[in-house]
Ligand binder design. Structure first.
Ligand SMILES: C[S@@+](CC[C@H](N)C(=O)[O-])C[C@H]1O[C@@H](n2cnc3c(N)ncnc32)[C@H](O)[C@@H]1O
Length: 192
């Protein structure tokens, strides 16, 4: 079995048995990923945090786009986290991309303890709408606290359900639809 087929099957399985957590049946595709990573300058040398990395579809593109950046990615599903790590290692990105198999709150709250600088970008594919109102708001708050001044929180979602929630914490919010993805999505660019 090829590596990408294994990734697709693992993601599909996660989407079927843990649909609420996974939030989809297939990894994000090219156009959505392009929109998600577009605000990060190619010569960015700081810290980026990715939440809900899945099998690493976005992580790989981000690492290739920003060779000077340090990326900390987290993924709650250990099987998908392992696939993500394997993919990064095969692409030669494992020295500056760390993948932790953990819930998003963990790396966000541990930044200081790990001696990491505040990220200028937090990029998230976490299915916010499936977390429940209070948990979603708590996560958005944790992202806001973790971000450096003027930093950007980038989130995709397959509905507009949580737009208002994000705007209560990030009044400076831009919403962009991405139709060329299955399923279609919206990308939020939220400036701190
Ligand atoms: C819609 S998928 C996106 C995956 C990948 N970023 C992509 O674009 O293909 C959402 C991912 O977030 C993960 N996830 C859900 N809740 C999480 C949490 N609280 N902490 C970390 N990861 C989480 C899921 O396991 C899933 O892999």
């Amino acid at each position: 079995m090829t590596n990408s087929l294994r990734n697709y099957l693992n993601f599909l399985w996660a989407g079927l048995v843990k649909h609420g957590q996974t939030g989809g049946l297939v990894p994000s595709q090219r156009f959505l990923i392009t929109k998600m990573i577009a605000p990060v300058p190619e010569d960015y040398h700081g810290q980026i945090i990715e939440l809900g990395a899945g099998t690493g579809a976005l992580t790989l593109r981000l690492a290739a786009r920003c060779p000077g950046a340090r990326i900390l990615a987290c993924e709650i599903n250990p099987t998908l986290a392992r696939d993500c790590r394997d993919n990064l290692a095969m692409a030669g990105h494992n020295s500056r991309v760390e993948v932790v198999s953990a819930s998003a709150e963990q790396p966000l709250s541990e930044l200081g303890r790990r001696g990491m600088e505040k990220p200028d970008f937090v990029i998230s594919g976490i299915p916010l709408g499936n977390l429940g109102g209070e948990k979603a708001l708590a996560l958005i708050d944790a992202i806001r606290r973790a971000l450096g001044e003027g930093g950007m929180y980038i989130q995709f979602q397959h509905s507009l359900l949580d737009r208002k929630k994000i705007r209560t914490r990030f009044p400076n919010l831009l919403t962009v639809p991405v139709f060329l993805n299955f399923p279609p999505a919206v990308v939020y660019y939220a400036r701190r």
